[in-house]
Design a protein around this ligand. Structure first.
Ligand SMILES: *Cc1c(COP(=O)(O)O)cnc(C)c1O
Length: 374
């Protein structure tokens, strides 16, 4: 393991082998469907530069990004990958997609026409994915759009249709009736188009069972250790651990307050550790805890010590009075994610979800990548 510089205020450790094993476990789960990987937003904040080669080495061939810039980066990082751009085609931005050899996920009828016109102008068929709206009402072609397109044979002559996809709204809840409704709508809409490989499920959707797998699944969060599915455990393990340094330990007396706006008052003598991680490092201000609010915790010697007072930009204050074993000291590392604090728990304590925890993680912390298979 690489040495941690003494000046590092925090450490993010990313286990590339765990990402590879997670991908393999999901690929196994959905066979004979193909398992792709969603690596948008810098691989959910974990570093596309390291994550994409690790996934490619594990056998992943189809990658989903959000933007053309992300596509160009992904193209460098894997051998002959198939790269889908979820944001699709922005007006006039077709050349950037073609240069990146990326496949836009076209969700708008105007974008479909623009991509076909670009193909006609270049006199080549261009690869395309179509996204159908099956009830999320976010991005996707409506039923009327699909009917219009299906009647336009000339348009389709210019499109090399690589994938037809849709996205689920409530896949985390297997009891939600919207899952079956969207499945039905997707089947019906897709049947109006030329036959093409189909994709509906992301991390949670693939847990809903084989009906949802079609030809390709597109997990993101689960690859990075996320457990959002409410119907049981996704067969993946944690990937990320975040630690931060203790800067100072102090004793406060009964009734003294801690932090901005004095929102925490000590009930009896308490010992407070000040830790070098704040909202600028992804520890959301909503993790603050005071006399009127409960908030987040950090893990020290296997014990969850509660945050005391407001989270500030660079610092949190933690009540370490009840920590067993050696009391925390200046320079110690305490765990803010991992060791009994999964990303979901951190998200829940901040009133958000693990996805936002991951994508906000410590950009100024020292990063350690545990190597996977080459
Ligand atoms: C982000 C995204 C995914 C991946 O979702 P996870 O819940 O992270 O698995 C899949 N498909 C689309 C369209 C997305 O926007």
């Amino acid at each position: 393991m690489s040495a941690v510089p003494p000046s590092a205020t925090g450490i993010v450790t990313i286990d590339l082998r765990a990402i590879q094993e997670n991908w393999r476990a999901l690929a196994e789960r959905v066979r004979p469907a193909e398992c792709g990987a969603v690596v948008k937003a810098d691989a959910y904040g974990l570093g596309a530069e390291r994550v994409i080669p690790a996934l490619a080495a594990a056998g992943c061939r189809s990658f989903f990004v959000a933007t053309p810039q992300e596509a160009a980066q992904a193209m460098r990082l894997a051998a002959a990958p198939t790269i889908y751009v979820l944001d699709g085609l922005l007006p006039g931005a077709g050349d950037a997609l073609i240069d990146a050899a990326a496949i836009p996920v076209l969700s708008d009828i105007g974008a479909v026409r623009e991509w076909a016109a670009l193909a006609a102008r270049r006199d080549v068929r261009l690869p395309a994915a179509l996204q159908l709206d099956s009830g999320l009402n976010r991005l996707g072609l409506s039923e009327a759009d699909v009917m219009t397109l299906a009647a336009d044979a000339e348009l389709f002559a210019w499109l090399d249709l690589k994938l037809v996809m849709s996205h689920l709204a409530c896949a985390d809840d297997p009891d939600d009736a919207k899952n079956a409704a969207q499945l039905g709508a997707f089947r019906q809409l897709a049947a109006r188009l030329l036959p093409a490989p189909l994709s509906l499920a992301a991390s949670d959707g693939l847990m809903l069972g084989p009906d949802f797998h079609f030809d390709l699944v597109r997990p993101g969060y689960a690859l990075y250790g996320g457990q959002a599915f409410k119907g049981g455990a996704t067969p993946v393990r944690p990937v990320v651990r975040v630690e931060a340094r203790v800067l100072q330990v102090r004793d406060v007396g009964d009734g003294e307050t801690v932090g901005y706006s004095a929102t925490f008052s000590a009930k009896g003598p308490r010992r407070i550790a000040t830790i070098a991680a704040g909202y600028a490092d992804g520890l959301f201000r909503h993790l603050s805890a005071g006399d009127r609010e409960t908030g987040g915790s950090v893990s020290i010697n296997g014990h969850l010590a509660p945050i005391a007072g407001r989270v500030s930009m660079d610092l949190i204050t933690v009540d370490v009075t009840d920590v067993p074993g050696t009391p925390p000291q200046r320079g110690d590392l305490v765990c803010v994610i991992g060791d009994g604090l999964p990303i979901e728990a951190v998200g829940a304590a901040a009133g958000t979800i693990g996805y936002e925890v991951l994508t906000s993680l410590g950009r100024r912390f020292h990063r350690i990548y545990l190597d996977g298979d080459a």
